[in-house]
Design a protein around this ligand. Structure first.
Ligand SMILES: Nc1ncnc2c1ncn2[C@@H]1O[C@H](COP(=O)(O)OP(=O)(O)OP(=O)(O)O)[C@@H](O)[C@H]1O
Ligand SMILES: [Mg+2]
Length: 251
């Protein structure tokens, strides 16, 4: 995916401008920045949910260049799990997962169920009863995993995850990191990951994009470990001060 000269607005305010970056095939790209800088807004632009006032987002897989906001948007190619999980509460977990297959494929009921159970297991929800459970009956960590499983139903080459480990205990959070690495390694899925958890960031991200809330643009793009040593000062501070915060929380 290629993002060109994108600016982000919300509530009549400009959040970011001049964003230029690519998501390469099979990479994990983290989007990082202070709360309110526009990370979730950027994701909504990248998946085509919000139309940019300036700039564009192109789906560039297999040599084509389709505008994400154009006539033939790459809907099936991009899976997304929103910040709040966002499973339909009126449906069981299984029904939530089978919905994309109903909308976009001709698989029959039995095949839809088989694939949904497979994706639940892939996301680490091996308990068969989870399939028939109501989302409200799941723990927060299970809901996050179910949302990721649903995002994977159409085997998208690109998966967007908005703070998948926020609010989870460290062990559950580490398991999610494992899942992300497994998807990248075994399936070759490219992943755009919004996160403020440094542990996750250093564990899974190939590169990170830093959105500066003051400068209102991206001020760094590169491997997290490199930026921690040689990035601009606000980026180094974010990557080290956050670490102290994480340690404190852990203690
Ligand atoms: N629909 C909207 N109407 C008005 N303001 C909005 C809207 N959506 C987002 N905003 C504002 O835009 C800013 C950026 O929001 P966004 O959710 O993208 O931030 P974020 O970087 O994801 O933050 P967080 O880390 O807290 O999730 C916030 O100040 C938010 O209040
Ligand atoms: Mg957000």
């Amino acid at each position: 995916m290629r993002v060109e000269n994108l600016s982000l607005h919300a509530g009549g305010r400009q959040l970011q401008q001049g964003l230029n970056f690519e998501v390469k095939a099979g990479e994990v790209l983290a989007i990082v920045g202070a709360s309110g800088c526009g990370k979730s807004t950027l994701l909504r632009h990248m998946i085509g949910l919000q139309v940019p006032q300036t700039g564009r987002v192109l789906w560039t897989a297999s040599g084509e260049a389709r505008d994400v906001h154009g006539d033939d948007p790459p809907r099936r190619e991009i899976g997304v799990a929103f910040q709040a999980g966002a499973l339909w509460s009126s449906m069981t977990v299984g029904e939530n997962l089978m919905l994309p297959l109903e909308l976009y494929t001709r698989f029959d009921e039995a095949e839809r169920e088989r694939q949904a159970r497979f994706k639940l297991a892939l996301a680490g929800l091996n308990e068969p009863a989870t399939f028939d459970a109501e989302p409200a009956a799941l723990s927060g960590g299970m809901r996050k995993r179910a949302a990721i499983a649903r995002a994977l139903m159409l085997d998208p080459p690109l998966l967007c995850l908005d703070e998948p480990s926020a609010g989870l205990d460290p062990l559950t959070s580490a398991r999610l990191d494992d899942l992300i690495q497994q998807l990248k390694r075994d399936v070759g899925t490219a992943i755009v990951l919004v996160t403020h958890e440094l542990e996750s960031l250093f564990a899974v991200a190939d590169r990170m994009l830093f959105l500066d809330v003051e400068a209102r643009t991206a001020t760094a793009l590169g491997p997290p470990a490199e930026l921690r040593e040689h990035g601009p000062r606000p980026v180094r501070e974010f990557l080290t001060r956050g670490q102290a915060g994480t340690d404190k929380e852990a203690a």
